[in-house]
Design a protein around this ligand. Structure first.
Ligand code: 6PG
Length: 250
């Protein structure tokens, strides 16, 4: 079942597995188009556990463009890259080592560095990307995001100060270090300006545990501070919510 609203698509599948297959096909189609036009493509990965099924589906597909794809990360935990919680480690284990992406094309957030320094370094890399593309804001061809059961996305959690200036014109910094009180942990995250600039944004939400958060995010009028994933309503590109029936119907 698909539903369309101006620039926003809702893709629904019965199971996370079928959803991952559908999302993988659409992601590779967008990357293929970018490669045909520019000879390179930029893909930003999500952290968490939901993407593992999607990564497996991407690996199963035949796609010979991977050597020309640059991979970025929407957020990272402030842990070493070999830590069990590292998003970069999860991406490497489930996708990157299987598809032949040059390590030079993998742009990791440095979870093992001082958070402010790591954010500044990533901001610089993203600024280079924007300048090379002569774009105001760093723009990924595909941005993959997840959503927590508190409606956070990337590492923008409810009450985040990064949500304070959403109505202002997109402006740097493109990456930030944030302390997350509920986790009592530092995170590195892309800022809303970058999260809303991608050509195609794919948000993957599965499981009944996400139903209440998804309901709030898809309900107009809910304050963005209480449901940060609602910031994606500001996405300037195509936005597709890929959800399973568990998340949609509870
Ligand atoms: C992270 C993610 C985060 C994630 C949600 C959902 O680093 O945790 O980037 O935004 O997408 O927390 O996580 P799950 O997929 O594990 O439910």
């Amino acid at each position: 079942m698909n539903a369309e609203r101006a620039g926003v698509t809702l893709r629904v599948e019965q199971t996370p597995e079928r959803l991952a297959e559908l999302a993988a096909s659409e992601i590779l189609a967008v990357l293929g188009t970018a490669l045909a036009w520019r000879g390179e493509a930029h893909l930003c990965l999500s952290g968490g556990s939901t993407p593992t099924l999607l990564h497996a589906a991407l690996v199963r597909h035949t796609f010979d463009g991977w050597p020309h794809v640059h991979v970025w990360f929407g957020d990272e935990r402030c842990v070493p890259s070999d830590h069990a919680d590292s998003n970069a480690r999860m991406a490497d284990e489930t996708l990157l080592r299987h598809v032949g992406i040059a390590d030079l094309h993998v742009h990791r957030l440095a979870g093992d560095r001082d958070p402010a320094e790591a954010a500044a370094q990533y901001h610089g890399a993203l600024q280079d990307l924007a300048e090379r593309a002569q774009a105001e804001v760093p723009t990924f061809d595909v941005l993959i995001l997840g959503m927590g059961d508190d409606a956070h996305t990337a590492s923008i959690f409810p009450g985040s100060p990064l949500l304070d200036h959403l109505d202002a014109a997109p402006a740097p910094p493109w990456a930030a270090a944030v302390h997350v009180p509920k986790l009592d942990a530092w995170r590195l995250t892309l800022t809303p300006a970058v999260l809303c600039a991608a050509t195609a944004t794919v948000v993957l939400v599965t499981g009944a545990g996400k139903h209440e958060a998804l309901r709030r995010v898809l309900t107009r009028g809910v304050p963005i501070a209480d449901a940060p994933a609602r910031l994606l309503e500001r996405a300037t590109g195509d936005l597709a919510w890929f959800v399973d029936t568990g998340a949609l119907f509870g």
